[in-house]
Ligand binder design. Structure first.
Ligand code: DGY
Length: 348
């Protein structure tokens, strides 16, 4: 699909993206916009090389694509100056290779914070109250009357939520669970982020001033403390060498037998095969997963686990957010082409 065929700058989007604002922004700045409408979901390096062609000023790409040496050198040869990943995570992008070939890289932080945190919260609630199992039970025509023991789950109020990685999304999730459900909080973060601390301190004052029961909160000095103490644990680290299989056989053992584990970050943060074994051996343990170790595949057995809720990497999938991500992705590419700062540059 081609917009503004006579535009001076050729910008390629490897996928159609929501809304038209991003297209209009590019057109207004004299870009010819080419959108790949190829039906297959994951484009190979060869597919993308063909899209880049001989002349290409910038590319908007997706987290399913492998942006390394081959693509950045081709983009640079085609005169390309910018690549924007339509995602906040950029573990699919070799930033060093981009730097080497003089291609600026952008990502799309900020606009997906609340949407992603809301999905993590939804999974936490769905797991605590066994909503998916209950829905399946109804649809199977098995409901034959109210029973005191039917789908009894956990009350979140007064339980402890554990957050691993208190960046934008982890902090937003923690706020939702503390403020919305009056959970106590324990969190672990490698970086000295103070955003969560400021919130919990102010919220504590608010509860006190209103004579409401306090919630407790603590910054843990190790991840293990969070794993041992929390009833619901949500993972929000970036994926890199240090966080690969952060949750493994040992860490799963350290958690409470009836804990709930949520992952809306990146699949390889959890050793998924170990998780399947753990779910099988501990029927009271529950997970809510938006991401998988080897997407789009799941490790054998995961889909059979009644104590797992699995959704297809949709944490940022609200209309507002996806349109915002597309807009930021376009702004990143435009910034470099037109010579103003790339809106979001992970190098900065
Ligand atoms: C991201 O942005 O990194 C998410 O995984 C998709 O929105």
């Amino acid at each position: 699909e081609v917009w503004n065929p006579n535009g001076k700058y050729r910008v390629v989007s490897t996928k159609p993206m929501p809304g038209t604002r991003w297209i209009n922004l590019l057109i207004e700045q004299d870009c010819r916009v080419e959108i790949c409408t190829e039906k297959k979901t994951i484009l190979s390096v060869e597919d993308i090389l063909a899209l880049i062609g001989d002349k290409c000023d910038g590319v908007i790409g997706q987290l399913t694509e492998d942006w390394g040496e081959v693509l950045f050198s081709a983009l640079s040869r085609a005169g390309g100056k910018a690549f924007s990943n339509m995602a906040v995570g950029y573990n699919n992008v070799d930033v060093n290779a981009a730097n080497k070939y003089g291609v600026a890289v952008g990502n799309t932080p900020g606009v997906l914070t609340e949407t992603t945190a809301e999905l993590a919260a939804s999974l936490s609630l769905a797991a605590a109250r066994r909503i998916v199992e209950a829905d399946e039970f109804m649809r199977a025509g098995r409901y034959d009357g109210w029973l005191p023991n039917l789908f009894v789950g956990n009350l979140l109020k007064g339980q402890t939520v554990g957050v691993i990685g208190a960046g934008r999304i982890g902090s937003a999730y923690a706020r939702m669970m503390v403020e919305g459900f009056k959970m106590n909080l324990i969190y672990f973060d490698l970086y000295q982020s103070t955003r969560l601390e400021k919130f919990v301190t102010a919220y504590g004052e608010f509860l006190k001033a209103n004579g409401e029961a306090p919630v407790t909160w603590r910054r843990a000095s190790s991840m293990d403390e969070v794993l041992r103490e929390a009833d619901v644990i949500s993972l929000h680290p970036v994926l890199d060498k240090t966080t690969f299989h952060l949750v493994n056989k040992e860490s799963l053992k350290a958690m409470k037998k009836d804990a709930i584990l949520i992952n809306c970050s990146r699949g390889p943060v959890i050793d998924e095969a170990a998780l399947v074994d753990h779910l099988r051996d501990n029927p009271m343990f529950r997970v809510g997963l938006d991401v998988f170790e080897d997407e789009p595949y799941m490790k054998p057995g995961l889909a059979d686990m009644k104590n797992a809720i699995i959704v297809p990497h949709i944490a940022s999938a609200s209309k507002w957010t996806r349109e915002g991500m597309a807009t930021l992705a376009a702004l990143n590419v435009l910034g470099k082409i037109k010579g103003y700062p790339v809106w979001s540059d992970p190098n900065r």
